[in-house]
Design a protein around this ligand. Structure first.
Ligand SMILES: *[C@@H]1O[C@H](CO)[C@@H](O)[C@H](O)[C@H]1NC(C)=O
Ligand SMILES: *[C@@H]1O[C@H](CO)[C@@H](O)[C@H](O)[C@H]1NC(C)=O
Ligand SMILES: *[C@@H]1O[C@H](CO)[C@@H](O)[C@H](O)[C@H]1NC(C)=O
Ligand SMILES: *[C@@H]1O[C@H](CO)[C@@H](O)[C@H](O)[C@H]1NC(C)=O
Length: 769
């Protein structure tokens, strides 16, 4: 429509596209063209307005009279970049200078209002900044007109939400006018100034300027102003203070000027909860660095915080707990909090209706009890452990993590640990152990480790499978704590067997082999598991040390990791026999290693009639082995010399397993057939070692280790390739030439009783094919 009217009164439409046709236009026409729908025309029109305004203040006045401002303001949101840019430039030039007060104010008010509404938009913000819009707007902060001030503040506030403006602004001298505006009679201006300060004081350089301009004193002026109802301003002013206190240089400055004392005094004067909460937040922020905590401690901040714990407002309680938690990193403060009887108060907050309060209180307890057993005891005395156990089923992850951490801290004391356990702690840990939140899992595994150090508690550990599954984790702390917990749970055999069933050993072996995943506890956990599960140790590592004593129920299944019960359930096959040790005269396996079923399972089994397939597996009696043990005790123990004892034992073993076999005749030694016959006869792959009358390296070395352990002789058992295995013993050389014993391999095959010094050709030949 506009275009049409224009066309009628002015030029024919085909000529509008001629650039030259602009030159002779009157300002009125150009202003009209600012409403054209044609982008080319708009670009030119803005340019022309810009050029015209540049020529003098009179021109600006006449443009204003012609209503140029309104269309220009609209054009700065135009889609076309050039239109937008030119409109900005035109507006810029029109607002920079003025001939008369009214003109200036009018343009400024209108222009700033425009920009203020535009500056909410991200693209516009960027454009205002890119086009150097900030300096003139900052100048306008000192305008006498309150509307212009407010609009300009709004523009600045919007701009400093983004990094480029926030970082650049302090160089543009924004702080002094902002501080001046704090004194404004208009609360809306004070608010905006404070909000802007809040944003810009997050930048270090800006804080320096702020400090130099006595910003803190002016803020405290607002904070301490009790004449007016300024509570919104208080809160905002405190946020700015908090920003400054987070800066060590600023803090020192404020501290020296007595600002910190002022702030604490302010805390103690009754005020609105929001203000108290904000002041405590300030304190908590200050407390983030160790030096500051020391300062605050010297100012007795603990007394104030303890008092605030009993304020009714949940917000105040929450931030106070947070401040207590932060201050607890300062060791003397921890004790003071206890002396001030704050711990029962914090424990009481665990029952708060407010999730926020509970979360903060739990965190405070976790920090208060960290490395401080007196505090842990105080929590216990206040009955905190029962509430903390309930917190383990909260939905807020950080509450659960803190509760677990606190319980872990408390569990270091036996009395408390027993009490925690008696309230069903092991059961309560199962769910958080499965959490998807890393912090929760990290702290729950820690708690589990702390609680699982008694045998009785380990029997109750639920979620062993979950714990073992955590060994898959790639998170460093989760893995570390899971290894720690597994290591502790591995102190007893039923738990160990259970964990091995879930694959703990294989996973730990993998972890130990990975440079990235290995940790302080992974190898320890593996060692602990293996220690109470020698058959698995032998199968996985191929080596038993002289301190690994073979007991009844030990078996050699090669490299297979299965329980003896599982192995004996398999039907007879072609694979190598599983050789089992049982010296016991009773029927029941009374072993350390093989309580394969948990008590309740046994109970279940006994309650039900056994069908043939379900029949509980029992280890066979091994009378021949019993005879051999007896013989070893009678004939070898009385010998005086250790070497003689080893030699005699080697001969005993060799004799039991078919005697010496010359190296060349080894292939004629029909041990394999013999073992197949035994398996067939027993209808089992599991063969008691005493029944073997033709055995080679692996059988003889195992028997040697077994008998040596029975009579208290030291030796190792090492598995080689192709059914080789041997025993190493430490002996002084026959001539007594050396003070150090040397390591020998005991020949049990070719020349039984010979001692082959390790690494000699004879020894190597014995160990390999
Ligand atoms: C700026 O301050 C306001 C509060 O006035 C806050 O909500 C906002 O997150 C801050 N923005 C930035 C980017 O810091
Ligand atoms: C305090 O300053 C540090 C860096 O100096 C910053 O990482 C932290 O976020 C700041 N804290 C607050 C609450 O502003
Ligand atoms: C988890 O435990 C650690 C160690 O005790 C503690 O520092 C941390 O604060 C706890 N996490 C939470 C969320 O409480
Ligand atoms: C763990 O790995 C290290 C380095 O590879 C190895 O020396 C050690 O024997 C391994 N530990 C166990 C128990 O296998």
């Amino acid at each position: 429509m506009v275009k049409k009217g224009k066309k009628e009164s002015e030029t024919p439409s085909k000529e509008t596209f001629e650039p030259l046709s602009f030159e002779g236009k009157t300002p009125a026409t150009v202003v009209l063209l600012l409403s054209s729908p044609e982008e080319d025309i708009l670009i030119k029109a803005c340019e022309t307005v810009h050029a015209f305004a540049e020529r003098g203040d009179e021109n600006k006045v006449s443009l204003l009279g012609l209503g140029a401002l309104e269309p220009l303001c609209q054009l700065i949101t135009h889609n076309n970049r050039l239109v937008k840019r030119n409109a900005f430039m035109a507006l810029g030039i029109m607002s920079t200078h003025g001939v008369s007060e009214t003109y200036v104010t009018f343009v400024q008010e209108f222009g700033t209002l425009c920009l203020a509404s535009l500056s909410v938009d991200f693209v516009c913000k960027t454009q205002i900044f890119d086009n150097n819009g900030l300096p003139p707007v900052i100048q306008l902060l000192s305008s006498p007109d309150p509307d212009v001030k407010k609009n300009s503040l709004e523009i600045i506030f919007n701009l400093v939400q983004d990094n480029p403006s926030r970082l650049a602004i302090h160089e543009l001298g924004v702080i002094p006018p902002l501080l001046e505006l704090l004194k404004s009679d208009f609360p809306v201006i004070q608010h905006l100034a404070l909000k802007t300060l809040q944003n810009v004081t997050t930048v270090k350089d800006t804080r320096n300027t702020f400090r130099e301009e006595q910003g803190f004193d002016r803020l405290m002026g607002i904070v301490n102003n009790k004449v007016f109802d300024l509570h919104d301003l208080h809160a905002e002013a405190l946020q700015v203070v908090a920003n400054c206190l987070n800066d060590s240089e600023c803090l020192e400055f404020i501290y020296k000027g007595g600002g910190l004392t002022q702030l604490m005094e302010f805390l103690l004067t009754p005020s609105k909860p929001e203000i108290q909460a904000n002041t405590v937040k300030c304190i908590a922020r200050v407390a983030q660095s160790p030096e500051n905590r020391k300062l605050l401690h010297e100012q007795n901040v603990e007394n104030i915080l303890v008092e605030l714990l009993s304020v009714a407002d949940d917000g105040v309680k929450t931030v106070t707990c947070e401040a207590v938690a932060t201050m607890s990193s300062h060791l003397p403060s921890k004790d003071i909090f206890r002396d001030l009887k704050s711990i029962p108060s914090v424990v009481r907050l665990l029952r708060s209706e407010s999730l926020m309060v509970r979360e903060a209180a739990t965190k405070a307890l976790s920090d208060l009890t960290h490395n401080n057993w007196l505090n842990a005891f105080a929590v216990y005395e206040a009955g905190g452990h029962e509430h903390l156990l309930q917190q383990l089923s909260e939905c807020c992850p950080s509450t659960v993590a803190s509760a677990a951490a606190t319980l872990a801290n408390m569990a270091e004391q036996d009395e408390i640990r027993c009490s925690i356990l008696s309230h069903g702690a092991m059961h309560a840990l199962v769910e958080p152990l499965k959490s998807t939140n890393t912090q929760v899992v990290v702290n729950t595994t820690l708690c589990l480790a702390a609680l699982a150090c008694d045998t009785a508690s380990r029997a109750e550990v639920g979620g062993l499978r979950t714990l073992v599954d955590l060994l898959h984790s790639n998170h460093k702390d989760v893995l570390h704590n899971a290894c720690l917990a597994v290591n502790i749970c591995a102190s007893d055999e039923p738990t160990t067997v259970e964990m091995c069933k879930f694959g703990a050993l294989e996973m730990l072996k993998e972890i130990n082999q990975s440079v990235n995943r290995r940790n302080r506890f992974s190898e320890l956990a593996m060692t602990s598991l293996l220690k109470s599960n020698l058959p698995v140790k032998y199968s996985l590592t191929g080596c038993l040390s002289s301190t690994d004593l073979i007991m009844d129920g030990f078996y050699d299944a090669g490299k297979r990791v299965l329980s003896l019960e599982e192995l004996s359930g398999q039907s007879v096959d072609e694979r190598r026999a599983i050789i089992v040790i049982n010296t016991a005269t009773e029927y029941e396996p009374q072993t350390q290693n093989f309580k394969l079923k948990k008590e309740e399972d046994k109970q279940k089994d006994e309650d039900q009639p056994h069908s043939p397939t379900e029949k509980r597996w029992k280890m066979m009696n091994d009378v021949s082995l019993q005879v051999l043990v007896k013989e070893a005790k009678e004939s070898i123990l009385p010998l005086n010399d250790e070497r003689e004892q080893y030699v005699a034992l080697a001969r005993l073993v060799s004799k039991a397993m078919g005697g010496g076999v010359e190296l060349e005749k080894l292939h004629e030694f029909q041990w394999n057939l013999h073992l197949s016959e035994l398996k067939f006869q027993l209808q089992s792959n599991v063969v008691p070692i005493g029944m073997i009358s033709r055995g080679i390296f692996c059988h003889r070395a195992l028997l040697f280790k077994c008998l040596a352990d029975c009579i208290g002789l030291s030796c190792t058992l090492v598995r080689g390739e192709y059914n080789r295995a041997w025993n190493e013993v430490l002996l002084f050389s026959p001539a007594g030439s050396s003070a150090q014993p040397s390591c020998y391999i005991v020949d049990l095959m070719h020349s039984p009783g010979s001692m082959l010094r390790v690494n000699t050709p004879a020894a190597v030949q014995y160990q390999t094919i």
